[in-house]
Write a protein that binds this ligand. Sequence first.
Ligand SMILES: Nc1ncnc2c1ncn2[C@@H]1O[C@H](COP(=O)(O)OP(=O)(O)OP(=O)(O)O)[C@@H](O)[C@H]1O
Ligand SMILES: [Mg+2]
Length: 251
Amino acid sequence: MNTQPDFSKNANHAATAPAFLSVWDVHAYYGESYIVQGVSFNVHEGEILALLGRNGAGKTSTLRSIARIGDPEVRKGEIWLDHKPLHNMSSYEAAQAGLGLVPEDRRIIPGLTVEENLKLAQIAPPIGWSIERLYDLFPRLGERRMQEGVTLSGGEQQMLAIARALARDIKVLLLDEPYEGLAPVIVDEIEKTLRIIKEQGITTVIVEQNAVRALKLADRAVILDTGGIVFDGTAAEVLENKALREEYLAI
Ligand SMILES: Nc1ncnc2c1ncn2[C@@H]1O[C@H](COP(=O)(O)OP(=O)(O)OP(=O)(O)O)[C@@H](O)[C@H]1O
Ligand SMILES: [Mg+2]
């Protein structure tokens, strides 16, 4: 008999409450591969939500669905940001509506300096943080403003990718594995800036393999498993629940 506890009991309840970013019953496919299988969760304005789960659980696919990348293709469901229907938008329109996705591979543009990468993000309105304000947040980027972006260290490239998202006027920052491959001291530095970004009122969704670090930063957590939600609650609940952590996060 399957005696596995059901951690998902809060999920439906959470999905029906009004929220700033609302993901409702999203189903998405890569070709005929059915990957995101009815995902629903809410993100409240100004909070940090950790979106967690094992390798292949569907975290990146969920972020890409929200950002309207088109691959995976969302065939059913609704995504609302600040009363605007993202599910009817292209990725460009979703970005205009205030969505900022920082993908796992960071996508720094070759041949451009740090500053040119930032200026390119501001080529069209709506413009967000000024370049000087971004250098205040990430002093390392200011020091290297004339250096080619792709020659930065991994941590500095992650900072540039986050700064480039903030260079546009965004409401929600979606981060896919921002700590990947970085030394703990650099993770500390990025975490500190994510707290400052939160204080400025920006809402964040963070996907991280380093679940403990993400949970210590986050207010709430959603856990995905094989394309569906298995937990929706506070980050503290996950940190305190050994059975849940072992079952879905292997920590
Ligand atoms: N372009 C694609 N075409 C077909 N299947 C894909 C594609 N991208 C991802 N998948 C599959 O979708 C599932 C979910 O992948 P996804 O990248 O969303 O997981 P994830 O939770 O981000 O994993 P990880 O922790 O390894 O980054 C996996 O089974 C993966 O093999
Ligand atoms: Mg991923």
